[in-house]
Structures are given as C-alpha cells and as structure tokens.
Write a protein that binds this ligand. Structure first.
Ligand code: NAD
Length: 271
C-alpha cells in the first residue's frame, strides 16, 4: 500500500506566475487537484486566466486571478498583497513566466536582450524575493508542510544547453539556475526549499512552430531520446512532487523533465 497522500498539497497556498497558458496553466490545475489554493497570475489575457480559475472552482478547488507584470517591482508586491488577502498566507511560489525574443546575435536589439532578461530573470528575482519575505514573516505550519516555504524556478534545458539564435533566452535561464542555487543556499537554514524545473520541449504557445507541423515535429524528435514531445501536464506532475513533502530533502536542484534531451542524443550513432 502506498502512503503518498492523495492530495499532497492540501491546505497550501500557491502562487503561479504566467499561469494563463501553457506550463503555468497546467501547474495551476495540477496544484489545485493536489489540494492547493492557487493564485493564477497573468499579464495580458484576463479571459484565459479567468477560465482556469473557473475550471478549478467548478472542480471544487480554490483559485483567484492575479494581474501583474513580473518585471515590475510595484506590481509584484501588489500581487503578493492581493494573494495574501485572498488566502491568508503564502506557502509555494512557482516563478514560471517567461518569453522568447529570438534573433541572430548580430541582429539582436538591446530591447530584445533587455526584455527577455527583465521577464525571465529579474521577474523571477522579484517574485522569489517577495515570496521569501512572506515566508519569513509568517509562522510555519508543520501540519501542512515540513518546509517553511517552497519556490520552484521554471528554468529550461537551456540553462545548460547553449542555443544559437537565442542568446538572450539561454543567458536568462543560465542566470535562473545560479540564482536558484545561490538563493537555495542562502535560505535553506530558514526551512525554505528552492529548486528548479528544466523542461525540454513541451507543446505550448511559446514554441508552436517547433511541433505544429509533422515535419517540424519529426526534426524536434531527433533531439528527444524518449521519442515524444512533452505535454504541459508532464511539468504539472513534476511540480506537484517538487512542491510537496515527498521531495522534502531536495534542496537547490534542477529537475530535468525533458525526455532525455540533455543526454546529447547526437552521440547515439556518432560516439
Ligand atoms: P507560454 O507562452 O504559454 O507561457 C508563458 C507565460 O508567461 C504566459 O502565461 C505569459 O502570459 C506569461 N508572461 C509573459 N510575460 C510576462 C510578464 N511580463 N509578467 C507576467 N507573466 C508574463 O509558454 P510556456 O512554454 O508555458 O512557458 C512557461 C515557462 O516554461 C517559461 O519560463 C519558459 O521559458 C519555460 N520553458 C518552456 C519550454 C517549452 O518547451 N514550452 C521549455 C523550457 C522552458
């Protein structure tokens, strides 16, 4: 008989950024199914965020919509205030918002560089800083979790795989990796667990052209030893585990959920 709780996040309050689509939406839904009350952050599509909140509520869960641009210090602070007013405490942050602004290096504008760093790296800094402040200001509740708070930084296989034509994006994710590890080292003694998830290729709007047509998908599959493109739910399930007490001794680690993309598949026939 398994002793894993059916609802491993029961009673916890989780804020998920960029939760109006793709991976963030799947994490929000998986967290709600695991018993968490969820803050569904969005920046520009209230109708999509509203739909996710409605779906969660009609399945008997708790959720609120939270508008904020994660690259704005004031908006991030206001978002955490609103989340705290709705649910009373903050137990989990999933810093998931991210964008791509792709260009060949010599064509990349300063604006493309800055926007990606602002959202993907500074956005995670601002949200993580606010989450840690909230974790430290409240009393831990061992009846819901052994940890005093948990942060999951949504990274990418490109925290380790260089990516030509996407120098801004790869730099932002490499930055996320060492921000996550340094922060984990700094706050672990306060009982706060900080970890990352590095998705491989997951079917979402961010990379639609890489999987939408059969030719594109065939090309992409050459990079994936496990032989399928990932679904947002693959990340949702991993995030539930990483946020739950089942992973209580996991601190400062990146969990790669990538079908083996980081195994250098080019070497299968070429070593
Ligand atoms: P997506 O485009 O569906 O989701 C990105 C989310 O970020 C959207 O909800 C968007 O509204 C939000 N966002 C963008 N700018 C924002 C801002 N300034 N403030 C608040 N929210 C903002 O794509 P996705 O694939 O679901 O991406 C989610 C995360 O996963 C990103 O960090 C991305 O880098 C990462 N990731 C995705 C893949 C993949 O294959 N899909 C692979 C590796 C990593």
């Amino acid at each position: 008989m398994s002793n894993v709780p059916v609802r491993p996040l029961q009673g916890q309050k989780a804020l998920v950024t960029g939760a109006s689509s793709g991976i963030g939406a799947a994490v929000a839904r998986a967290f709600a199914a695991a018993g968490a009350a969820v803050g569904v952050n969005y920046r520009s599509h209230p109708e999509r965020a509203g739909q996710i909140v409605e779906d969660i509520r009609s399945a008997g869960g708790e959720a609120v919509v939270l508008r904020a641009d994660v690259s704005s210090e004031d908006e991030v602070r206001a978002m955490f205030d609103e989340f705290g007013s709705a649910f009373g405490r903050t137990d989990i942050l999933v810093a998931n918002s991210g964008i791509q602004r792709d260009a060949a290096f010599t064509e990349m504008t300063l604006d493309q560089w800055r926007r990606v760093i602002d959202v993907n790296l500074t956005g995670q800094f601002l949200c993580a800083r606010e989450a840690v402040r909230r974790f430290l200001a409240q009393s831990p509740d061992p009846s819901i979790s052994r940890a005093a708070g948990k942060i999951i930084c949504m990274s990418s296989v490109h925290e380790v795989i260089p990516w030509a034509g996407h120098v801004n994006y790869a730099a932002s994710k490499g930055g996320v990796m060492l921000m996550m590890k340094s922060l984990a080292q700094e706050v672990a003694q306060a009982g706060i667990r900080v970890n990352g998830i590095a998705p491989g290729a997951i079917k979402t709007p961010i990379n639609r052209e890489a999987w939408e047509t059969p030719e594109a998908e065939r090309k992409l599959l050459k990079l994936i030893p496990y032989g399928r493109v990932g679904e947002p739910e693959d990340i949702g399930k991993a995030a539930v585990w990483l946020a739950s007490d089942a992973s209580d001794y996991v601190v400062g680690t990146t969990l790669f959920v990538d079908g083996g993309m980081t195994l250098y598949p080019g070497f299968r026939e070429n070593g």
